[in-house]
Each structure stands twice: as structure tokens, then as C-alpha cells.
Write a protein that binds this ligand. Structure first.
Ligand SMILES: Cc1cc2nc3c(=O)[nH]c(=O)nc-3n(C[C@H](O)[C@H](O)[C@H](O)COP(=O)(O)OP(=O)(O)OC[C@H]3O[C@@H](n4cnc5c(N)ncnc54)[C@H](O)[C@@H]3O)c2cc1C
Length: 247
């Protein structure tokens, strides 16, 4: 998979602070400079003042100001199983690559068996991988070799069947019904900083599936560059606690 930041609100933390300070000042905020807006906040430098105010908001559960800045991420090559999970979040906006308008008629089924077009889960080849709801634990080399063979043959065969159905004149929107849920998809998604923390609460957690967890970890890394004070605080003080952002 690949995760990139496509677009994001510039100066997100100035926006968060302006939003929050608005609540406690009589002046109309746009008439003030950022220095004037932050004048009464503790701290020697603007960086310290931001840390003071943002830390205070996070600590007291004043999450509204974090809804102002938003970021758009482009995700390449996650499974449609992962897509089904992330698209459950109703305050995230999505564009999802279509299987009605994009057909996979020129994909070589041999290459599908090698990992093209369909995500290969680590449990297909790692004998020590233990996932949720798994019967038993680690397996021996013979079992994992068989498991990998069944997986690779199955995805290859379904792409062969898909292409045969296309050759028989079936529209891609119907032929896709035989494709695996592991088929790769590209997604563009936008969310505000509050929602990003909520998604991370649920999807970077230990009980989330490995793929959506990996995707969310990468999103969190990009968020920490985009909105550093907020996501440093989140990482240090809030991550891995019970979900509190949107009870
Ligand atoms: C480990 C894990 C396993 C899961 N397993 C399943 C499963 O087996 N089957 C399944 O169907 N789903 C499953 N889910 C999905 C889960 O139930 C949620 O639908 C999904 O995570 C979206 O999160 P959310 O409920 O916080 O809502 P979001 O859409 O992310 O909304 C954010 C917050 O807004 C508020 N909100 C949004 N809409 C409403 C509303 N209509 N009414 C009241 N409050 C609202 C809530 O406070 C919510 O937490 C699973 C999720 C996880 C993390």
C-alpha cells in the first residue's frame, strides 16, 4: 500500500487556536493578528503558546476547534475488505476507484498469483502469524506452504473467471462479482483533525485488522508532519486509551 497527503489546510494549528480563542474573546477574531489572538496564552514563544492552548483543549475534551482543519489522503492498493472497514466512518468523505468503469481485462492471472491486483495477507505465508478468530495458532512449514498455494491459486482462478466472463460479453460491473474481496483499490479520503483522531482511536488500535492498522499508522505519520502539536499530544497522551473523542 501507499499513503500520501494530497492536500491539507495550511497552518492548521493557527486555525485551531483562532477557533478556540474566539470562544473566549469579545473582539471579532479576524480583526486580530495571530500574536494578538494568542497574547493571553502562557508561553515564551508562539510554539509554546500553541502547545499550551492545544494541550488544554485536548486535556479538557474541547474537540470542536479540531474540526476546522482537514486533510485529504490518497491511498493506493488496499484491499476492498479494508475499504469496507474505513468507509464505515460517516464523517470521512471518500472517492473510491470504480470496478464498474475500471476493468481488469489486461491483468495477467499469473501475476495475480504473485501479488498483483489482490492483497496477499501475511497469514498466507507466515507460519507464525496469529490473527483474530483463527483456529489454532502457529502452523508448520507444510501447512503454510499448502495455505499459500490455495490462496494464490484461488485469486488467480477468480481473475481468470472474471476475464472469461468479460470475453463472454458480461459487463465489468457484473463480472466483478467473482473477484476476491482482497482486490486492490485506490481511495481518496478527506477528514478533519478531530475525525482523524477518532479513526486512529478505532483503527490504529490493537484489535483492528493489520491492514487498516498499517494504513492508519501511515496516516498518523503524515498527520504528525501536517499538524505537529496536536498529533504529538495525541501520540503521547491519548493514543491507545479507550475511545473518548466521540463517545
Ligand atoms: C475492531 C472493530 C470491529 C468491528 N466489527 C464490526 C462488525 O463486525 N460489524 C459491523 O457492522 N461493524 C463493525 N465495526 C464497525 C463499527 O461498528 C463502526 O461502525 C465503525 O467503526 C464506525 O465508527 P463509529 O461508530 O465511531 O462511527 P463514525 O461514523 O466514525 O462516527 C463518529 C462518531 O459520530 C457519532 N455518530 C455518527 N453517526 C451517528 C449516529 N447515526 N447516531 C449517533 N451517533 C453517531 C458517534 O459518536 C461516532 O462514534 C467494527 C469496528 C472495529 C474498530
Amino acid at each position: 500500500m501507499e499513503v500520501r497527503l494530497l492536500e491539507a489546510t495550511p497552518d492548521p494549528e493557527e486555525l485551531i487556536c483562532r477557533g478556540a480563542r474566539n470562544d473566549y474573546m469579545s473582539e471579532f477574531n479576524p480583526d486580530l493578528s495571530f500574536e494578538e489572538t494568542m497574547a493571553s496564552v502562557d508561553g515564551e514563544t508562539m510554539e509554546e503558546k500553541k502547545r499550551t492552548l492545544i494541550g488544554h483543549l485536548m486535556q479538557h475534551g474541547h474537540f470542536g476547534p479540531f474540526e476546522h482543519p482537514s486533510a485529504t489522503f490518497a491511498i493506493k492498493g488496499v484491499s476492498r475488505a479494508c475499504m469496507a472497514q474505513i468507509t464505515r466512518h460517516r464523517h470521512v468523505s471518500f472517492d473510491v476507484q470504480s470496478m464498474r468503469y475500471v476493468s481488469f481485462d489486461d491483468v495477467d492471472p499469473e501475476r495475480v498469483a504473485e501479488g498483483e491486483m489482490v492483497v496477499t495477507p501475511p497469514s498466507a505465508s507466515d507460519p507464525n502469524w496469529v490473527g483474530r478468530n483463527q483456529k489454532g495458532g502457529a502452523v508448520d512449514e507444510e501447512t503454510i506452504a499448502k495455505r499459500e498455494e490455495v490462496f494464490r491459486q484461488s485469486v488467480k482462478r477468480s481473475v481468470e473467471d472474471y476475464q472469461e466472463l468479460l470475453d463472454l460479453g458480461m459487463p465489468p460491473e457484473d463480472a466483478r462479482f467473482v473477484l476476491p474481496i482482497g482486490s486492490k483499490v485506490n481511495i481518496v479520503m478527506s477528514m478533519n483533525a478531530r475525525m482523524l483522531m477518532h479513526v486512529a482511536d478505532m483503527r490504529a488500535a490493537a484489535d483492528a485488522q493489520w491492514e487498516i492498522r498499517e494504513m492508519t499508522e501511515e496516516i498518523l505519520d503524515l498527520a504528525a508532519e501536517w499538524c505537529p502539536v496536536t498529533f504529538d499530544y495525541y501520540e503521547e497522551k491519548m493514543r491507545n486509551r479507550k475511545n473518548r473523542l466521540a463517545p
